[in-house]
Write a protein that binds this ligand. Structure first.
Ligand SMILES: [Zn+2]
Length: 227
């Protein structure tokens, strides 16, 4: 934001979180211009997209996609930083809602029952005060007309820290960090697991794998950003 945008923000506190201009009636969190300028992947339009391909041969996911390209130094990266570390949780809801509007246009995601955020480690969540993915899941669920819940999957607290492990050990460790609290609730359902950014995909894959192991169900994967 320029000094002028900051100055304007003093008088119009309801400003775009990306460019700082005052929001117009009907706009929330992001202005129409910024929403139009986001680097969309359009991965929801085809099933063999690069995000879905990350999980091929690993888990039997129904579908996978991300909303935005998350390139280093890009404006969208700053936006996610505000969401994750500056308490701007409404950015998560807004981007989740935009993701949901696009998913709605694809028949693959039409019958989703539950939107489940990837849980943070409880210590991390306590430190941050919130899980950014909760807000993303809430936005997606509202846009597609599904339920969102944080109670189906939980994070095991007894898993060790990952800093002293090599890559293979780390991968094995990540595979058992989640547990499904209520397997009966997901029987026969289509669940969308969401996270903020997919890089290797190992964490979200582990979460999806636990759901698939817990009961006969279908699981799809989505995130706001992908590298
Ligand atoms: Zn803007």
């Amino acid at each position: 934001m320029s000094w002028f945008s900051n100055f304007i923000a003093l008088f119009y506190p309801n400003t775009c979180r990306m460019c700082g201009t005052p929001l117009l009636k009907g706009e929330t969190t992001l202005c129409t211009k910024c929403i139009a300028s986001l680097p969309y992947t359009r991965y929801w339009e085809y099933e063999d997209n690069p995000v879905a391909q990350k999980f091929w041969g690993q888990i039997n996911a129904t579908a996978g996609c991300s909303l935005l390209h998350f390139r280093k130094g890009a404006k969208v990266r700053k936006l996610i930083h505000k969401l994750k570390y500056k308490g701007n949780t409404e950015i998560g809801y807004k981007l989740g809602y935009i993701l949901g509007l696009h998913l709605k246009t694809s028949p693959t995601y039409a019958d989703i029952d539950y939107v489940v955020p990837v849980p943070l480690h409880p210590k991390k969540q306590q430190k941050r005060g919130y899980n950014q993915s909760d807000y993303i899941a809430n936005g997606v669920a509202d846009a597609i007309g599904a339920k969102w819940t944080t109670t189906i999957v939980r994070r095991n607290t007894h898993t060790s820290t990952q800093t002293q492990k090599n890559r293979i050990e780390r991968y094995q460790n990540v595979r058992s960090i989640f547990e499904v609290a209520h397997p009966d609730t997901i029987r026969g359902k289509h669940i969308l697991v969401v996270d903020d950014v997919i890089t290797t995909g190992a964490t979200i894959e582990s979460c999806a794998a636990e759901l698939l192991n817990a009961a006969p169900c279908r699981v799809s994967i989505a995130s706001i950003g992908t590298v």
